[in-house]
Design a protein. Structure first.
Length: 236
């Protein structure tokens, strides 16, 4: 995804931030980041007002103390800089198909799924607006994405991948930890392109959905106006 962003924007100097040393090391190995900081998003070792934009892709729903992270984003952004974030939205649970095993209630299924995904919040526009405004940022654009059919496709894939790993894991280990133990997080291990194309085509069949309900939100907020400087991105 980062490479696609670079191709689309023409940007070349980006900085990554990730609290996980292993993920940060893997990001460094890609050779596309000027710097990768190991640490939380609430304390980024960069100068105030030095970034054009900050990207958080499916990260903030996992962060416990979210207000300091949003405040830090505002601090490193230049006036006029943009904060682009994606998160699961308030209708995420509504979009899910639910349990397939008999005897499992929907409530139990959702609790188990949230624990596996480490989802802490499903804020709506008003909640994001209030949190961003407190740090001096204003929402410029908000859009729902991932239709009910697309969320359920993700749910099926997740059930057979991370869901299986979580089920066989011990001591409450998260799927990413189990993947590391099995050597599945190493760079360069990818499905052959021809196989990936065939699988993608098969799983995209019939994904026509006219429902106005979406599982996730894409938000773009800004902090004022001035000259551009640098770019920033969350790697996680």
């Amino acid at each position: 995804m980062t490479r696609i962003l670079l191709e689309q924007t023409g940007q070349r100097e980006i900085v990554g931030v990730d609290p996980d040393p292993a993920e940060a090391a893997q990001a460094k190995g890609l050779g596309i980041y000027a710097t990768v900081h190991v640490g939380g998003g609430d304390r980024v070792p960069e100068e105030e007002g030095s970034f054009d934009w900050v990207l958080s892709n499916s990260v903030l729903e996992h962060v416990d103390a979210i207000e300091p992270v949003i405040a830090e984003v505002a601090r490193v952004l230049r006036p006029g800089g943009q904060f682009v974030l994606t998160v699961p939205g308030p209708d995420f649970h509504k979009c899910l198909h639910g349990p397939v095993l008999p005897g499992v209630s929907r409530e139990e299924y959702l609790r188990h799924l949230d624990a596996r995904l480490a989802h802490l919040r499903y804020w709506d526009r008003q909640q994001w607006e209030a949190a961003l405004n407190r740090s001096g940022m204003v929402i410029e654009w908000l859009s729902g994405y991932l239709s009910v059919a697309e969320v359920r496709r993700w749910e099926s894939i997740s059930r057979l991948t991370a869901g299986v790993l979580y089920g066989v894991g011990r001591g409450g280990a998260q799927p990413i930890e189990i993947q590391r133990r099995l050597g599945m997080r190493k760079s360069g291990r990818r499905m052959p392109a021809v196989v990936a194309a065939a699988v993608a085509a098969a799983m995209s069949a019939g994904l026509t959905d006219s429902s106005p309900v979406f599982g996730c939100l894409l938000i773009r907020a800004s902090r004022g106006a001035s000259a551009p400087t640098r770019t920033a991105e969350r790697t996680g």
